[in-house]
Ligand binder design. Structure first.
Ligand code: AMP
Ligand code: MG
Length: 417
C-alpha cells in the first residue's frame, strides 16, 4: 500500500474550488506501483503500466486498399484508356508475387502488392473486354489505392504510453502488434461503507423510519467502472467508536477507504470524530453544488474519502474527488472531465464563486443543435433526477445566471467515470 503522511490533504483556505481539489489529489496521492499481466481480452479499462513501442510497422507489408488490378506506375495510361492482359491473381493472405511488365495483376483488398507494382485500379473503375483484357482509364495517380507498410505506425514508434487507461482501440493496437498480454497496474482496492442509523440493506426488513441504502450500490458500481476491486463492507451505525474501529480494521488491506454520509457537522455526523480517533482528517468545504462537505483523511497511511450522504451530492463529488484519487493511485495519466458545448433550454440562477452541476436531458433543437433541458426539481436527495436525465451541465465559478440559448458545458454520465 502507498503510505501517505497524515497532513497530506490539509488545505488552508475556507472554501476549496473543484480544480484545487483535483490538483491537490493529483499532487499528494502516490501510485501503488504494483503491476500484473493480463490477457488482451481482460485488459479493457485497465491502466497500462509500461510504454509500448511498435515492434513492427503497421501495416506490416505494403498492400492493396481495394479489390482491382495492380500495375507498375510506369505502365499507367496517361492520355487514353488502355487494355492490359491479366496475369496473376493475389488474394489477401497470399504469398508475395512478382508482376511481369506490361501485365495487370488481379488483386484483392489486403493482398500484398506484387513486386514491381505500386498502383491499384479499383474494379469499379475498369472493365474486362472481349479479349479478356482489363481496360484501364487514364489519369490515375501513381501509388493510388495502396497502403504502404508503416503508413499507420512506423516500427519503433511510441504507440501506447504508460498510464493510458486502455480502451478497445488501444487493445486492438496491442493485438495488431502481435502482443498477447499487457502489463497493467493492479486493481485499486477500495473499501466501501455507508453510514447512518436510518439505513438498512436491501433484502433486510425496513422499519417505518428507515431507508434502503442506495448510495453504497451506486458507489460500488462507479468504482467497478473505474476498474477497482471493491470490498462491500455494509452499513456503519452513527456511533463513533465502532465506526472508528471498522475503518482502522480495513485500512491495511485497501488502497482507499470510501464512506458516504455523516460528514456534515451535525451532532449525528460521526465520521469526522471516528476518523480522527484512528487517523487524521480534514473536512473540505468544496465550492460545489450539489456536494459541499467532503472529508479527506489518512488512516494508517491509507487515503480516506467521506462523501456526503445525499445521493446526488455523493454522485457529483465522486466524479471530482474519488475518480481523480483512483486514477492517481493507479498512476493513470490525469484525465480531466471535458464538458462539450450544448445550448441551454433553461433559466438558472446561481451563486458566483462556486461550481454548480445541473441535471439535464439532451434533445435536438429545431436547427439540429443539441439543447439541454433542466430536470424540473433540484433536491440533492432526488434519485429520479439522476435516473431520468442524461448528464450534468457544468456551470463555472464565474457564472451567475444562465438564460435560454446560452452555450453551456455538458458532461454525459458515462464520461464521469
Ligand atoms: P448525511 O450526510 O448522513 O447527513 O445524510 C444526508 C441525507 O442523505 C440523509 O437524508 C440520509 O438519509 C441520506 N443518505 C445518507 N446515506 C445514504 C445512503 N447510503 N443511501 C441513501 N440515502 C442516504
Ligand atoms: Mg447520516
Amino acid at each position: 500500500m502507498a503510505q501517505l503522511s497524515d497532513d497530506c490533504f490539509t488545505f488552508g483556505g475556507p472554501m476549496m474550488s473543484v480544480d484545487e481539489a483535483v490538483r491537490l489529489i493529483a499532487s499528494r496521492v502516490v501510485a501503488v506501483g504494483e503491476t500484473e499481466t493480463v490477457a488482451l481480452v481482460d485488459a479493457d479499462g485497465r491502466i497500462l503500466a509500461r510504454d509500448i513501442t511498435a515492434p513492427l510497422p503497421l501495416p506490416p507489408f505494403t498492400n492493396s486498399a481495394v479489390d482491382g488490378y495492380a500495375l507498375p506506375g510506369s505502365d499507367l495510361p496517361r492520355e487514353n484508356e488502355r487494355a492490359f492482359p491479366i496475369e496473376g491473381r493475389v488474394a489477401a493472405g497470399a504469398s508475395p508475387h512478382t508482376a511481369r511488365p506490361g501485365y495487370a495483376v488481379r488483386i484483392f483488398t489486403g493482398a500484398p502488392m506484387p513486386g514491381g507494382t505500386d498502383t491499384v485500379f479499383m474494379q469499379e473503375d475498369v472493365h474486362v473486354d472481349d479479349n479478356g483484357h482489363v481496360v484501364l482509364p487514364a489519369g490515375l495517380k501513381v501509388g493510388a489505392n495502396v497502403r504502404p507498410a508503416g503508413e499507420d505506425i512506423a516500427q519503433g514508434h511510441l504507440a501506447l504510453k504508460a498510464g493510458q487507461r486502455l480502451r478497445p482501440q488501444d487493445i486492438a493496437l496491442a493485438a495488431a502488434f502481435g502482443l498477447t498480454v499487457l502489463q497493467v497496474v493492479r486493481r485499486i482496492r477500495v473499501a466501501v461503507f455507508s453510514t447512518g442509523d436510518e439505513l438498512v440493506s436491501p433484502g433486510t426488513p425496513r422499519a417505518a423510519a428507515q431507508l434502503f441504502d442506495s448510495n453504497r450500490f451506486m458507489l460500488i458500481a462507479m468504482l467497478k467502472r473505474l476498474g477497482c476491486e471493491v470490498s462491500d463492507l455494509g452499513i456503519l451505525r452513527d456511533e463513533r467508536e465502532p465506526l472508528a474501529q471498522a475503518l482502522k480494521r480495513v485500512a491495511g488491506a485497501h488502497d482507499l477507504i470510501l464512506t458516504t454520509g455523516g460528514v456534515s457537522t451535525g451532532e449525528e455526523d460521526h465520521v469526522k470524530a471516528g476518523v480522527e480517533a484512528v487517523g487524521s482528517l480534514v473536512l473540505w468545504r468544496m465550492a460545489i453544488k450539489p456536494g459541499r462537505p467532503v472529508a479527506m483523511g489518512i488512516i494508517g497511511g491509507t487515503p480516506f474519502i467521506g462523501l456526503p450522504g445525499n445521493p446526488v451530492a455523493s454522485f457529483v463529488t465522486f466524479a471530482h474527488v474519488v475518480r481523480p484519487t483512483v486514477l492517481a493511485l493507479s498512476g493513470a495519466r490525469p484525465a480531466p472531465l471535458v464538458p462539450i458545448p450544448v445550448r441551454a433550454a433553461f433559466t438558472h440562477k446561481k451563486k458566483s464563486g462556486r461550481r454548480e452541476y445541473v441535471r439535464v436531458t439532451l434533445r435536438p433543437a429545431s436547427d439540429g443543435a443539441l439543447e439541454a433541458v433542466k430536470f424540473p426539481r433540484e433536491g440533492a436527495g432526488l434519485l429520479s433526477s439522476l435516473v431520468d436525465t442524461d448528464g450534468l451541465v457544468e456551470l463555472g465559478e464565474n457564472i451567475a445566471k444562465v438564460e435560454p440559448g446560452d452555450l453551456v458545458g455538458f458532461l454525459g454520465y458515462a464520461d464521469l467515470l
